[in-house]
Design a protein around this ligand. Structure first.
Ligand SMILES: Cc1cc2nc3c(=O)[nH]c(=O)nc-3n(C[C@H](O)[C@H](O)[C@H](O)COP(=O)(O)OP(=O)(O)OC[C@H]3O[C@@H](n4cnc5c(N)ncnc54)[C@H](O)[C@@H]3O)c2cc1C
Length: 510
């Protein structure tokens, strides 16, 4: 296609979108397009040609129909807090669909304890809203640690986990009971019980055929644009308790070996933990050195941190549970820190002071503006933790010369618990130089680390936006049959390959 024809088509699609949303909510200005060209990693960039901020599902439907007509790619975006390049084009060009204007709470059904929202609302806004309704509610799993900006749509598309409540409620997708989705070709559908047009309210995902919500959960926006979502909601816990431990090497046993014994006992005994996190010694040292959080320095911790939060309906129930939780930790000879936040009780800070939406700001942002991160978090069986320690140590050693060439950085991680039998190994390459000249070699290193996680330990990633989804395919982690199944579904839903092309290399294989 000639350059002139492409420019004309773009002009046509721009005008059509302008008619749909109005002049105020669409732009092709270079600075605006640049500001949508990256997410929160240091490396991946794709500059869109148009950015549009629709106000409802009908507008999105019309925009998708126009994109199909002109063959222009389109990428949904929530808060843009993705860490692996999902919420921007792969390669330059196309339209970024910013969903953050669609941020209303639509219905709070207290009888069925279900809340329905537009998907552009952030997790913290939703939890704040729910806390003020009736007896006070929340979403159980309160979204990712980026929840001050990350949206419901982004969390559901990334299978997010990691703010508060993960140990008790799992990933955010586990609480979803139904969706409204605009399909790539523009049709609008409901999933779950709301697929029955006579059904007044969403109730459960399961019914009306297969779990069709499931193909949109964790799909990184390739199967459709989620416009509404319904969730279970829960009364805010009336009683909560917290504890934080210093966990250092003891009689030759490394902290990561000592901590798995405690974490596994907590998990296997199904103790009602709301959250638990382990921050290894290396990370604790960095936090102390940077003095980003004074209680950590006050606590004079010599090892890593293990902290928990627990909730209950009565004080008596809480006391019984806390006794069991703490006995397992004290049997393992962990040193308990003081009760107050000032004495280093990270559990209390995490639960009472919105630490759930702040802890990762330090982790992903510690290196400031001159350096960035390349994340590759994943779920793993709890007993695999020492294997991950080894994998990261060996990988860093093996790649030291290349890391030097790439301007520095190293692979590291922290851990949080995701009930019932696995943990989340949060991490990736940290402290990578933000100078764009290093991007190609950083990309190579990042991809290599993801493939090591996949091949050496059967890693189970969940942010598939760009590099991870592609590395899964390139490494051969997906069987041929499974991959063909993915292509068939994508092709059936998106015959022209206009929605988020390039993810998992699917559209290249039509
Ligand atoms: C400080 C920090 C902490 C983080 N902590 C966590 C954590 O604890 N756990 C975790 O899982 N992640 C975490 N992340 C990564 C990321 O923020 C989350 O995965 C989050 O859910 C992304 O939400 P978002 O609204 O910003 O989505 P975006 O970045 O805008 O988009 C994410 C993906 O979803 C797609 N998408 C977005 N909205 C829609 C929609 N409505 N319909 C269809 N597709 C859509 C996009 O195309 C993209 O592929 C963190 C990131 C940062 C910077």
């Amino acid at each position: 296609m000639g350059v002139e024809r492409i420019m004309n088509e773009l002009q046509n699609v721009y005008e059509q979108i302008e008619n749909i949303v109005g002049t105020k909510f669409v732009s092709d200005s270079k600075p605006i397009c640049y500001s949508y060209s990256m997410n929160c990693d240091a490396v991946l960039q794709g500059i869109p040609e148009i950015v549009v901020r629709p106000g409802n599902a009908e507008e999105i439907s019309a925009i998708l129909k126009a994109a199909n007509q002109y063959g222009v790619k389109i990428i949904p975006r929530g808060g843009g807090a993705d860490l692996t390049g999902g919420a921007k084009p792969i390669g330059d060009g196309g339209i970024v669909l910013d969903l953050t204007r669609m941020n209303k709470v639509l219905d709070v059904d207290e009888r069925n304890q279900i809340v329905t929202v537009e998907t552009g609302i952030s997790w913290s806004e939703l939890c704040d809203y729910l806390s003020k309704i009736g007896v006070g509610y929340y979403t159980g799993s309160t979204g990712p640690a980026s929840g001050f900006s990350a949206t419901i749509g982004g969390g559901l598309s990334n299978n997010s986990v990691g703010g508060g409540g993960a140990a008790m409620y799992g990933a955010v997708t586990e609480q979803c009971v139904g969706l409204e989705v605009v399909l790539p070709t523009g049709e609008i559908i409901f999933t779950g019980t709301k697929a029955n047009s006579f059904c007044e309210k969403p109730l459960t995902r399961f019914g009306m055929g297969a779990d069709y919500s499931g193909i949109f959960l964790g799909d990184v926006g390739i199967h459709g644009v989620k416009t509404k979502a319904s969730f279970n909601m829960y009364p805010l816990p009336e009683y909560a308790a917290y504890g934080t431990y210093d966990i250092k090497k003891l009689q030759g046993v490394a902290p990561s070996d000592r901590v798995i014994e405690v974490m596994m006992k907590w998990q296997q005994n199904h103790l009602p933990l709301h959250d638990f996190y382990f921050w290894p010694q290396a990370y604790a040292r960095i936090l102390k050195a940077a003095n980003v959080f004074p209680p950590i320095s006050n606590a004079k911790v010599r090892g890593g941190f293990l902290f928990y939060t627990a909730v209950a309906k009565t004080q008596k129930e809480l006391d019984v549970n806390v006794e069991k939780i703490e006995k397992i930790a004290s049997d393992a000879e962990l040193r308990k820190l003081g009760d107050s936040v000032e004495e280093g009780n990270l559990g209390k800070w995490f639960y009472e002071e919105e630490g759930r939406w702040q802890w990762a700001h330090a982790y992903w942002g510690l290196s400031g503006t001159n350096a960035g991160t390349c994340g590759c978090c994943l779920k793993a069986p709890t007993y695999h933790l020492p294997d991950y320690v080894k994998l990261y140590e060996e990988w860093n050693q093996r790649n030291q010369p290349k890391l030097d060439e790439a301007g520095g950085g190293s692979a590291s991680f922290i851990v949080f618990g995701v009930h019932p039998c696995y943990i989340d190994v949060t991490g990736g390459l940290l402290f990578v130089d933000a100078d764009p000249k290093f991007r190609p070699i950083q990309y190579e290193l990042w991809r290599d680390l993801i493939i090591a996680q996949l091949k050496e330990l059967g890693g189970m990633h969940y942010w598939m936006g760009e590099i991870i989804g592609q590395a899964m395919v390139e490494s051969g982690a997906l069987s041929k049959e499974y991959y063909n199944f993915m292509i068939s579904i994508k092709k059936a839903l998106d015959p022209n390959g206009i929605l988020s092309p390039g993810k998992f290399h699917l559209t290249e294989n039509y």
